[in-house]
Design a protein around this ligand. Sequence first.
Ligand SMILES: [Cu+2]
Length: 145
Amino acid sequence: MKPIRNLTLVAVAIAAAACVRMDREPAAPVHDVWVTAADSGASTPAHLTFVNHDSISVKIVSWSSPDAQSVEWHMTMNSGGTSTMMPLTSPAEVLPGDSLLLVPGAQHLMVTGLKHRAAVGDSITLVIATDRGRSWRFGAKVRAP
Ligand SMILES: [Cu+2]
């Protein structure tokens, strides 16, 4: 049984190391992050899914980007074949285990006043901050419109 016990010890050591690394530099709990290509100075929608892995609800209190003047949380409304959008009022509350879906046709982030051109294949940096003092910086891949 010795080899199995050693294997268990190795697994525990790896798990402990992973936890330490996660505490120091947590990965953003987001996926499917992308932004539509746009010229410098333009505004463009960004999409992502934010997952609340915690056991209590979290509020996203701010959205920003070092690559743009501002980032707003928007809702797309469709009425009579016309699509309009409306700013939503932060914070966005995400229940434990739930996700905030910022997907085409529903909600998105409006990245306003790009400081440089966002070309296909580039990446735009987004930053989100929560009410519990946590913030994450992550890249949004630029896709064709
Ligand atoms: Cu918008």
